[in-house]
Design a protein around this ligand. Structure first.
Ligand code: FE
Ligand code: FE
Ligand code: ZN
Length: 282
C-alpha cells in the first residue's frame, strides 16, 4: 500500500490536519511547525496533539513528516541567526513530543560564504545540542538542490553531517529525499534511479532513508534551482515519479507532495499516484 499525503496548513491545529488528510485520501502529511517566514509559534495544545495521534492510529496512518521553517539556518555566518535557529529547533523538539513517534525534517542550511566544511561544523554543533531533546522524534536532513550556498546537495555532505554528530545521538537522525531537489542537484532519477539509490546506499546507507518529498521539477536536471512542479507537469515526469513510489527500496516510505496545489489538486495527485501504484504492484 502506498503511503502518501501532502503539505497541509497547520493554522487550525493538529487534529484539523488529520481530518483534512482523511478528506483527500492521504494517510500521512507534512506541515510547518510554525509560520515558515517568521519565528514565533502559537503554544501547541497537548489535547489537540493527542487527538491527532488517536486519529493516525485508528486510520493506520504512516508517520507524519513535520517541516522546520525555511528560514531556519543553523550555519549562517551570523552567530545571532545561528542561535536563533538552534533555539527554534529546540522549541520544535518540545512541540514534536506532543505527537510522539513522527519525523521532523529540516534543510541543513546555507553556509553563506563560509564554505561547506565550516557550515557542516555549525550544523553538527547545533544537532549535538538539539538531538538529546528529540526523545520520540527522528530528525531528517533533506537532500537539497544546491541553490546558492545550500549544504546537502550531495550524499557526501549529508553523511559528513551524520558522522559529525555524537554516535549516541545518531540513531535520532535520518534522511528525507526530495525528488525535485535530487534532480536539480544532478542525480539522474529519471534514467538511473537504481544507480542513484546504490550510491546513496554506499555513501549514507539506505537504512537512514525515512521519507520522500515527491515533487516534479520546473527545471532541467542539474540546474540547482529548486522550483517544484505539479506531478507529471515538470521535467521529471509521471513515469519517473511512479518509478520512485514503486521502487522496492522506497515504496514503504511516507511520500509527501509539495507541489504547487490547493487541496483539490493534491487530492487529484494522490488519487492518480494511488491508482498508478496499484496498477504496477498487482
Ligand atoms: Fe523542504
Ligand atoms: Fe522538500
Ligand atoms: Zn524544494
Amino acid at each position: 500500500m502506498l503511503h502518501i499525503g501532502c503539505h497541509l496548513s497547520s493554522s487550525k491545529g493538529f487534529a484539523a490536519m488529520g481530518d483534512m488528510a482523511l478528506s483527500i485520501d492521504a494517510d500521512t502529511f507534512a506541515f510547518f511547525t510554525r509560520n515558515p517566514r517568521g519565528g514565533s509559534a502559537k503554544a501547541a495544545d497537548p489535547a489537540d496533539g493527542a487527538a491527532l495521534m488517536k486519529l493516525c492510529q485508528n486510520k493506520n496512518f504512516a508517520r507524519l513528516v513535520a517541516h522546520a521553517p525555511y528560514t531556519m539556518n543553523l550555519c549562517s555566518a551570523d552567530s545571532g541567526l545561528r542561535d536563533f535557529a538552534k533555539n527554534m529547533m529546540k522549541d520544535d523538539m518540545a512541540r514534536m513530543e506532543l505527537i510522539p513517534g513522527n519525523y521532523y525534517n529540516f534543510h541543513p542550511g546555507s553556509h553563506t560564504g563560509q564554505g561547506v566544511d565550516v557550515g557542516i561544523g555549525f550544523i553538527v554543533e547545533a544537532l549535538n545540542e538539539v538531538l538529546p531533546l528529540a526523545e520520540h522524534t527522528t530528525v531528517l536532513l533533506e537532500t537539497m538542490a544546491g541553490k546558492g550556498s545550500e549544504i546537502g546537495r550531495s550524499f557526501e555532505e549529508l553523511q559528513a553531517i551524520i558522522l559529525g554528530v555524537d554516535e549516541k545521538h545518531r540513531e535520532r537522525l535520518g534522511i528525507c529525499m526530495d525528488t525535485c531537489h535530487l534532480h536539480d542537484a544532478g542525480y539522474d532519477i529519471i534514467n538511473d534511479l537504481d544507480g542513484v539509490l546504490n550510491e546513496f546506499d554506499k555513501v549514507v546507507g539506505l537504512n537512514r532513508l525515512k521519507a520522500c518529498h515527491l515533487n516534479d521539477s520546473m527545471n532541467l536536471a542539474g540546474s540547482r534551482k529548486d522550483r517544484h512542479a505539479k506531478i507529471g507537469e515538470g521535467h521529471i515526469g509521471l513515469e519517473a515519479l511512479v518509478g520512485v513510489v514503486t521502487h522496492p527500496a522506497l515504496r514503504h516510505l511516507p511520500f509527501i507532495l509539495e507541489t504547487p496545489n490547493e487541496l483539490p489538486g493534491y487530492a487529484a495527485e494522490i488519487s492518480l499516484l494511488r491508482s498508478e501504484f496499484h496498477r504496477r504492484m498487482v
